[in-house]
Design a protein around this ligand. Sequence first.
Ligand SMILES: Cc1cc2nc3c(=O)[nH]c(=O)nc-3n(C[C@H](O)[C@H](O)[C@H](O)COP(=O)(O)OP(=O)(O)OC[C@H]3O[C@@H](n4cnc5c(N)ncnc54)[C@H](O)[C@@H]3O)c2cc1C
Ligand code: SF4
Length: 353
Amino acid sequence: MTVLRLPPFDLIAPRTVAEAADALAHHGPSARLIAGGTDVLPNLKRGLAAPDVLVSLAGVESLRGIRPAADPRPSANGLRGPTRPPSTGAPEGITIGAATRLNRLMADPAVCQSFPVIREAVSQIATPTLRRMGTVGGNLCLDTRCTYYNRPALWREGAGDCMKHEGDVCRVAPGGERCWATLSADLPPVLVALDAVVRLTSARGDRVLALGDLYRDDGLTHLTLAPDEILAEVWVPVWGSRAAFLKLRPRCAVDFASLGVAVAVDVADGICRRARIVLGAVASHPLRVPAAEAALCDRAPDATAIRAAADAAYDAARPMDNADQPPAYRRQMVRVMVARALRAALGQPPSTR
Ligand SMILES: Cc1cc2nc3c(=O)[nH]c(=O)nc-3n(C[C@H](O)[C@H](O)[C@H](O)COP(=O)(O)OP(=O)(O)OC[C@H]3O[C@@H](n4cnc5c(N)ncnc54)[C@H](O)[C@@H]3O)c2cc1C
Ligand code: SF4
């Protein structure tokens, strides 16, 4: 049996966010953040990265916890949605610290009550042991994945490296000029569907942006996070949305998604006022499908509207052959799972067709 060993590195263990930000600023690109380490450490063992320094967030107490909070955006009033209740000055959402462990998140009473979809998604991440280590920030900043990339060095030596690691071709789309590795983490599509907002911090100051803007569709650099920035917290608004998350994978535990579907819908007087349909694990970013959302909005979310939304999502999804299940199957399942997720969110019975 081959034992995969960690490469040597220095570990910095700050106690405050400011100390962590200073460490990143000081060490530059040779430093890497580590939170729970459930993705960083396997990647180091596989020789996919070799940072000189790991800056651990494990001891930064202020990055942990879940609390009621108001919208952190300075121009929040202009960004409110059509069915959102007028502000009473009270907190209208929850803030989740980036270093909050996944098991804490899914057990939190406020999350269970106001965001059962978050609980559902987290319960499908990895295993109970990994959820005790893994964090929200690590999940949102998880590296993109590909069957040619997430392999031990020995395997990659045989197959040949690719442009995501020391090579110059893509093994999935050899004629292409980009990397198609997928964002397979489960929380990003769910939190994008819930219109979450993130606060990033660095020694240069803070930035607040929509979670969707944290990502770009590029398997090599899928995060717009600067190397010296730390994801500090994520704010999730309470919209009163009905939401659902479904995950496709070979086994019902441990495996990453080969497709994730997150939906959120607001229905008032029988009319769908707002819809979010977001696909995971079919692109390098959480893939929002505006055409599918438009097919539902300003009308009754009946079987015809749901079918039109599912068809639009199918049209938008172009999975590549780089996950555990074949791309044609995953694409067909986009149609099936978007319809199922919408029916679940709307409280409609599963289709018999
Ligand atoms: C066997 C196995 C199965 C898994 N299955 C799933 C699954 O089904 N679904 C799923 O979503 N994940 C899965 N994972 C991945 C992982 O366990 C989770 O995504 C976890 O939430 C990652 O969090 P972490 O704190 O361990 O991240 P880490 O490994 O510590 O970090 C991950 C990345 O995020 C960066 N990072 C961490 N925190 C921050 C921050 N605050 N600001 C900026 N960057 C940060 C790190 O630098 C690193 O690049 C699996 C992992 C394993 C080993
Ligand atoms: S999509 Fe291509 S470049 Fe990206 S990791 Fe896979 S094989 Fe490598």
